[in-house]
Ligand binder design. Structure first.
Ligand SMILES: *[C@@H]1O[C@H](CO)[C@@H](O)[C@H](O)[C@H]1NC(C)=O
Ligand SMILES: *[C@@H]1O[C@H](CO)[C@@H](O)[C@H](O)[C@H]1NC(C)=O
Ligand SMILES: *[C@@H]1O[C@H](CO)[C@@H](O)[C@H](O)[C@H]1NC(C)=O
Ligand SMILES: *[C@@H]1O[C@H](CO)[C@@H](O)[C@H](O)[C@H]1NC(C)=O
Length: 362
């Protein structure tokens, strides 16, 4: 199933490229690297994807802390959204439809009757344009853009999207996502879908990593992973990471692992607020994340099975964790969730800031 849909996805891409050749196929797919001392990050404009993040551990040994593939070509086959920007609407839309200003829009269903991460060929499966690639100076950066057309995967209106990745200071990675609705109101929800394993992409599972998530509430889902609309306290549930615990501490109480949206305590405003701290004691690596988004999907790679990644390493469930800051899943069908609608003249803005550090050598 997975293979067929990703193949189909590629065929759809090629067909689209044939018709709209000037937009979709003239840009080549390449690899772009930003570096600050021993901190380096690689990207590809296929899906505006992060393909590696190399960091020292507490002994100065360098390691790549994100799951991925050796060849950019393999990303075109990927069904796990490794490192990509997902959109136009990250996470799920129940029944693959929503009503906006009295019109019901049917979007492409790609997970049962629902839409996941923008449909069969979302923003993770298209070639983005490279607008800026600046490797020198105090803030090296790469900026990708994508022009999404009216009706793409069923979504209304033309949308112009940019993602800027910048290395800040010695150890910060900033991700700035923007989207401008050009002629119709549309839901927009972008998310960065990197799979992190601070022990190293090839170190096994993340169950012994410690995580703290700054969220007192989460949005429960039904059996199809669609939010029920409730906003529930984490108290007394396996979702409580208000204090740091290992990822594995309560994971056995869940069917497959974590795959849930948290309501961040900092509120739905535009201010940067803390999302999570992740600490791998073995290597001493630490990651802190802030965002402007109201929610974060915490996902423990539950459905990554026998995926051959970098250096031939085979990734298994819980090989990594994702912290996808975002608007709430299916917000288009839940008026009590923060709005994800962007109207013409408005700009969707979503920032993430990652800080990497190491605890002192033991
Ligand atoms: C990079 O790592 C090497 C090996 O641990 C270390 O000697 C060097 O000082 C580091 N360079 C920077 C700029 O941190
Ligand atoms: C893509 O997937 C197909 C089907 O599993 C496989 O035959 C092919 O080798 C893959 N291509 C790459 C570049 O990984
Ligand atoms: C999709 O919807 C149809 C019609 O309501 C239903 O029969 C079917 O079981 C649903 N499929 C899934 C995977 O939920
Ligand atoms: C994963 O690989 C193992 C070993 O080759 C195999 O036994 C198992 O069936 C595979 N699982 C899936 C879901 O493909």
């Amino acid at each position: 199933m997975v293979k067929v849909s990703s193949l189909l996805c590629f065929v759809v891409f090629v067909a689209f490229g044939f018709v709209h050749g000037s937009m979709a196929t003239t840009e080549e797919v390449g690899v772009y690297e930003l570096k600050k001392g021993n901190f380096s990050v690689k990207f590809t404009n296929w899906g505006a994807t992060i393909i590696s993040v190399v960091l020292p551990d507490k002994n100065g040994k360098l390691g790549d802390v994100v799951l991925g593939y050796d060849s950019v070509e393999t990303y075109k086959n990927d069904s796990g959204y490794f490192g990509a920007i997902v959109g136009r609407f990250a996470n799920r839309i129940g029944g693959a439809q929503f009503t906006l200003d009295g019109t019901t829009y049917k979007v492409v269903a790609n997970e049962g009757n629902n839409t996941l991460h923008g449909g069969l060929r979302g923003f993770s499966d298209v070639v983005w344009k490279v607008r800026t690639y600046k490797t020198e100076g105090h803030a090296p950066r790469v900026v990708f853009s994508y022009y999404s057309y009216d009706g793409e995967q069923g979504f209304p209106g033309d949308l112009f999207v940019t993602v800027a990745y910048t290395l800040v200071g010695d150890s910060y990675l900033s991700v700035r996502m923007r989207a401008k609705a050009l002629n119709k109101a549309t839901p927009v929800n972008l998310a960065q879908h990197t799979y992190w394993n601070l022990g190293g992409h090839d170190s096994g599972d993340i169950l012994s990593e410690e995580i703290q998530i700054f969220a007192s509430h989460y949005t429960p889902v039904n059996s199809q992973m669609i939010p029920t609309g409730e906003i529930v306290s984490v108290k007394g549930t396996p979702y409580d990471f208000l204090k740091p615990y290992t990822v594995g501490s309560s994971i056995n109480k869940l069917a497959n692992g974590y795959d849930i949206n948290y309501v961040l305590d900092g509120g739905a405003g535009k201010k940067m607020k803390p999302v999570a701290n992740v600490h791998d004691k073995k290597t001493g690596r630490m990651m802190e994340l802030w965002t402007t988004a109201p929610g974060v999907q915490f996902y423990t790679a539950n459905f990554v099975i026998n995926v051959t990644g970098k250096d031939g390493f085979v990734y298994q469930p819980h090989a990594a964790l994702c912290l996808e800051t975002q608007g709430f899943p299916d917000a288009v069908n839940h008026p009590n969730f923060p709005s994800t609608i962007v109207t013409p003249g408005q700009t969707y803005k979503h920032k993430m800031l990652f800080k990497f550090s190491v605890t002192a050598p033991s």
